[in-house]
Design a binder for this molecule. Structure first.
Ligand code: NAD
Length: 484
């Protein structure tokens, strides 16, 4: 079995502790490879390498850094098929989504390469004569990048591309469920010409690696995507670092009585059961106007029953496995709770025991405050809640602690605009599902999802400081605020 290494200071190396762990294919539980179960000494080496390379990298003109990022995008494109299959094998999402994961990485590296020729500051006027005021972007320093497993290429790419174009160096700790995707991504960064020490990969556990990164005194920024609980922990432990948090979701789709029901059903199924419900933007609550509830429900159940569960590399498969045993157990637990809280109308059972499969599952007659309508399950479980009015629908949508994505199906322009303004979320789609973010727009949430914005023009704020410059060319001491 291949033993994969850490990448520190431009060299592939074993952990100093000599321990390893394995990653499994969730479709068949076969071992994907062995990886370094690193410790604090490895993190320390990675931080030293990132510090050493910082000045050279941040001094390089941003358009030159951009050229290397563009080469990363080119290499990702050349290897898209191979990497897409790897995503499917290690994470479980079906191949077309595995390819989408890689495409998102290509898109963000291209976008951030272009950002190398922008990195805009602002210029503005001054209170005083003969004085210029403007801002420039400066890097933060060494960044700790901590990522989940559900977008094993795209999420690291979002963070790494933005961190690098802003001139930071970094220590990257991927999820231990998808370390092979991380190793292959870093190989591409190396091949594209990222200098030694600028990107350092340290695989291993939350406790031995993630936690050490979060608390490390010489790491100046943390960019984290993962669960709300880990986000809370990082908030408490990271001290005064610059921290970016992209956390969980409990995303609603509202369907009004004037909506196109077929279109809504198609969007709901894609959003609830695509990636087996394991997207932070997955729809887990349908809030439907009672006049069309029965019709929509029938449509959803008919179509969900036909969705084919299996190994995502096989043709015709629409729903892959959950990521691991713990995710399967969690889904089973919530389905048992759901049976007490609502009415099970579809699924509810395990799929093939070869892997971590669970059927697309739908509950109806769920109440707004039920556990299955409040907690992030992160599996293929959908709750249907019925309402009488748009106001009631929006109130239900806003009843959860999260606020990432949301959607409304309606043909009424007033309903659309009211929802855009009143739903508490970072993203609202009109007549489309809750998933489908594009990399040139900001992405993130409100409330307990965290308030970070990644990607798009805001992605740059996350990985840089805005520094203000005042230039006084009056040849005398001028004082602001009218002080004579
Ligand atoms: P997780 O929080 O368990 O782990 C995420 C990463 O953090 C992993 O690398 C893990 O090893 C590390 N980690 C865990 N505890 C840590 C600690 N105490 N200190 C430092 N590092 C630690 O999340 P997960 O199960 O990998 O991912 C699923 C979650 O991610 C869901 O809640 C989902 O909604 C969320 N997510 C959010 C977004 C978004 O953009 N908002 C995108 C994808 C996933």
């Amino acid at each position: 079995m291949t033993v994969h290494k850490n990448y520190i200071d431009g060299k592939w190396c074993n952990s100093k502790g000599g321990k390893t762990f394995t990653s499994l294919n969730p479709s068949n539980k076969k071992v994907m490879g062995q990886f370094q179960a690193s410790n604090s000494e490895d993190v320390e080496d990675a931080v030293k390498a990132a510090e050493k390379s910082f000045h050279e990298w941040s001094d390089k003109p941003a358009p030159e850094r951009g050229l290397i990022l563009l080469e990363v995008a080119n290499l990702l494109r050349k290897n898209k098929e191979k990497l897409g299959k790897l995503v499917t094998k290690e994470m479980g999402k079906v191949l077309k989504e595995g390819l989408g994961d890689v495409q998102e990485a290509i898109d963000i590296f291209e976008y951030m390469a272009g950002e190398g020729r922008r990195l805009y500051g602002r210029t503005t006027t001054s209170e005083l004569r003969n004085k210029a005021c403007f801002s420039i972007r400066i890097p933060v320093g060494v960044f700790g990048i901590i990522t989940p497993w559900n977008f094993p290429i795209a999420i690291p790419a979002w963070k790494i591309s933005a961190a690098l174009i802003c001139g930071n160096t970094l220590v990257f700790k991927p999820s231990s469920d998808t370390p092979l995707c991380a190793v292959e991504l870093v190989k591409i960064l190396e091949k594209a010409g990222i200098p030694s020490g600028v990107v350092n990969l340290v695989t291993g556990s939350a406790r031995e690696v993630g936690n050490v990164i979060v608390k490390h005194p010489r790491i100046r920024g943390i960019s984290f995507t993962g669960s709300r609980d880990t986000g809370l922990y990082i908030t408490r432990e990271a001290g005064l670092k610059k921290v970016g948090l992209e956390l969980g979701g409990k995303n609603p789709i509202i369907v009004m009585d004037d909506a196109d029901i077929n279109l809504a059903a198609e969007g709901i199924l894609w959003s609830a059961f695509g990636t087996t419900g394991q997207r932070c933007t997955a729809c887990s609550r349908v809030i439907v106007h009672k006049k069309i509830k029965d019709k929509l429900e029938k449509e959803l159940v008919n179509r969900a029953k036909k969705m084919r569960l299996g190994d995502g590399l096989k043709k015709g498969i629409e729903v892959g496995p959950l990521i691991n045993e713990a995710a399967l157990d969690k889904t089973k637990r919530y389905v048992e709770i759901g049976k007490r809280e609502g009415k099970l109308i579809c699924g509810g059972n395990l799929g093939s025991k070869k892997g971590y499969f669970f059927e697309p599952t739908i509950f109806t007659d769920v109440k707004v405050n039920n556990t299955i309508a409040q907690d992030e399950i992160f599996g293929p479980v959908l709750s249907i809640i019925s309402v009488d009015t748009l106001d009631e629908a929006i109130k239900a949508a806003n009843s959860v602690k999260y606020g990432l994505s949301s959607s409304i199906y309606t043909n009424n322009i007033n309903n659309s605009f009211k929802s855009m303004n009143k739903i508490e979320s970072g993203i609202t789609y009109i007549n489309s599902s809750t998933i489908g973010a594009e990399v040139h727009l900001p992405f993130g949430g409100v409330k307990d999802t965290g308030h970070t914005r990644e990607a798009g023009w805001s992605g740059i704020d996350e990985f840089s400081h805005e520094k203000v410059i005042y230039v006084d060319y009056s040849n005398k001491l001028q004082k602001a605020q009218g002080i004579d």
